[in-house]
Design a protein around this ligand. Structure first.
Ligand code: ATP
Ligand code: MG
Length: 463
């Protein structure tokens, strides 16, 4: 298919990915892109800016994805106009960001993000004129708010495949970093010297994995080489940014494969240290549970169903919980408070790495609490649980644990039957429980019905 996309274009094989000062320009007959394939609003933004005398291009993920036949998630525009100049051209535009200003042009629900050409700070810049350094001692970029020309803008981008500009007027692709070559060869390759680019921004390691998973590309060997060594640098990234990145990693529809790559490149540990420890101590169960949760998430996204980050984080962290609760029990704490305190500590610790917002940590706790309550069904308890807004998530989570091999004595099936049962059947099921009085309070019972009933769509509850 790629051969067809790049009809007569032949690029010489180049090993390094230093960007060039004059771009390779691919005319309309050398590639398959047409302006009609892009969002009309995005094309309008570009044309308006061009008419006003500025340079403007579609750039980044939308050009890359469109070349690969993937529907772009959103459309980014790069321009020589400053944010203020962009805003002056559109009534529906808002300048956002303090550190680096961008303009959002709104068209109903669609937002076109317009960024002014930016420049990388040189590694050995003289800081004499500025009192504040723009990098820290390891080379990490702390501020990248310097405007530049289009060539600078290409150079500061992360991967060659993300540095392609589409000129909607001439239907040309401008390729500064051999991105087209790498798209044809299905390679994720950093622009410039990989180690330096990771030191500038360690999140690029996660982005390498994310694009490799999403596009089913290989990570080019020089781009891959430093990752394991530099992975611990992710510990210094602000936890709020890592929350955003983690969602992008796990909610793009390729979470299970992304997880493989994160493990392969030692990137999982700095993101989820407690889960990584659980993977070492109880590898089979932990990996199975996380894998099932991620596969469910991928399925739901594929089917267009909603997914909640709370369920995902609940699953990613759950295997780390028992060891902690047991430690507290060893110190004399009863099981339920031990579990609750362990949950609290685990989430607090995790939030130091990945700032999971409260609107998700509360449901995570509720999903976990529900695991303690689901076995206790006597009297009115089962009906009260059914009415609990978090029941569905808790029940799905129970099925997930069972799928991962946890022994619950048929509790999932009991709840499946209970939901399907009518009133009198329900009374009988509860009576049946108390006749096995050892479990009315906690222990689950044997399955009441044959396994012929289909479980209620194991997956995850919507929010
Ligand atoms: P998608 O939107 O499909 O996730 P994308 O390539 O559009 O992929 P964005 O995060 O939207 O990714 O970023 C837009 C563009 O900005 C990228 O294509 C890349 O050129 C540039 N970019 C984003 N993050 C970085 C970074 N950390 N370092 C360098 N360039 C970056
Ligand atoms: Mg994008």
């Amino acid at each position: 298919m790629l051969k067809k996309l790049f009809k007569s274009f032949r690029s010489p094989l180049k090993r390094n990915a230093h960007s060039r000062s004059t771009p390779e320009a691919l005319g309309p007959r050398q590639h398959s892109l047409q302006r009609g394939q892009f969002s009309r609003n995005a094309v309008n933004v570009v044309e308006r800016l061009q008419h006003a005398g500025y340079q403007a291009f579609l750039v980044g993920g939308c050009v890359r994805d469109q070349l690969l036949g993937i529907t772009p998630k959103d459309f980014d525009v790069a321009t020589s106009a400053t944010p203020e100049q962009v805003r002056a051209e559109f009534r529906n535009a808002r300048v956002i960001g303090r550190r680096f200003k961008l303009v959002h042009v709104h068209f109903g629900r669609e937002i076109i993000e317009v960024a002014t050409f930016r420049s990388n700070h040189p590694q050995d810049e003289s800081e004499e004129d500025s009192h504040v350094s723009s990098r820290n001692e390891s080379g990490r970029i702390l501020r990248d708010n310097v405007y530049g020309n289009q060539e600078d803008d290409a150079q500061r981008r992360d991967f060659t495949i993300n540095a392609l500009y589409f000129d909607v007027t001439g239907e040309r692709i401008l390729d500064y970093a051999h991105g087209v070559h790498d798209i044809r060869n299905r390679l994720v390759r950093l622009i410039g010297t990989p180690e330096q680019r990771y030191l500038e921004d360690p999140v690029r390691m996660l982005r390498a994995v994310r694009f490799a998973a999403k596009l089913d590309f290989d990570i080019e060997k020089h781009t891959a080489e430093p990752i394991r060594r530099l992975a611990p640098m992710l510990r210094d990234i602000p936890s709020a940014r890592l929350f955003d990145e983690t969602l992008k990693l796990f909610l793009a529809g390729y979470a299970e494969y992304t997880f493989d790559l994160l493990l392969e490149y030692d990137l999982f540990e700095p993101l989820f240290p407690a889960s990584a420890a659980a993977l070492r101590h109880n590898p089979e169960y932990t990996e199975r549970l996380i894998r099932r949760a991620l596969a469910n998430t991928d399925d739901r996204i594929y089917q267009g169903k909603p997914v909640t980050p709370a369920f995902l984080f609940a699953a990613l962290l759950w295997p780390a919980l028992p060891a902690r609760a047991l430690q507290l029990q060893d110190r004399g704490m009863p099981p339920i408070p031990a579990m609750q305190e362990a949950a609290h500590d685990l989430i607090a610790e995790q939030c130091k790495r990945i700032a999971i917002p409260k609107r998700f940590t509360l449901p995570i706790r509720e999903i976990w609490d529900m695991q303690e309550r689901l076995p206790r069904r006597s009297g009115k308890r089962a009906d009260l649980l059914l009415e609990n807004p978090r029941f569905r998530a808790g029940y799905d989570f129970l099925l997930l644990r069972e799928d991962a091999g946890e022994k619950t004595n048929g509790l999932g099936d009991w709840w499946t039957d209970y939901q399907d049962a009518n009133d009198s059947e329900r009374r009988a099921m509860i009576r049946d429980l108390s006749s096995h009085n050892d479990e009315a309070a906690s222990g689950p019972r044997k399955r009441r019905r044959s396994g012929s009933r289909k479980r209620r769509g194991a997956g995850q509850a919507s929010e």
